[in-house]
Design a protein around this ligand. Sequence first.
Ligand SMILES: [Zn+2]
Length: 221
Amino acid sequence: MVNLVLEYDDLHFLPPENCMETIDKLVERFPDIKLSFFSIPYLRGFPVYADPEFCDKLRDHISNGNVSLAVHGLHHNQEEFKMYSYDQAYAALHMAESIFEEAKLPYRKVFRGPHWGLCDDSVKAMVKRNYTHLYSHEDYLELGESYQGKIKVLYYNWNLADEAPLEEGLLNKLIAKIAPKTIIAHGHTHDTCSNGIAETFDKVCSYIENNDVNFKFVHEV
Ligand SMILES: [Zn+2]
């Protein structure tokens, strides 16, 4: 049995980041699936609450236990959380949370910076705002280690562009230590980096069908 976290970046109602159709397909095929989305609160000038119909559908998936939302920056500007001061990061996190609240979309205090961008001040602001998990990148290993015990820092060990890891944990010893027997599979809600949720649909379905998996959300690791 392996814990499987399926996490995708960039969910928003604007195309191409809107992948509601594929979410529906995955939930229909695997009624107990758990899909985590690092969502953008305010993309290209549009707060996510500007599309109530999209929010209603998403809220249904959340209340049925199939979807969980995490915070993926505020505007998704290039590496915004790499440039912010402590005050800017704190304000941006607060605003991101307020937008999800205005949309009546339950979310988790789990964060990943747009384009992975992070800095010490941004992580400090997350800790202050009680974020529990930071999904980061190996480029930021040192930053992660300096916050041990304050926020759980995790890294993916299956880029969905690649073939599935044969033995969980072996590919990334760090993950094996932090979250044993866990595969954190990373992709996007749109077809980019060859790991889009639609373009990797068959690969993910076949992995689920051929392995004994225990679905986990990003906040459950
Ligand atoms: Zn992104």
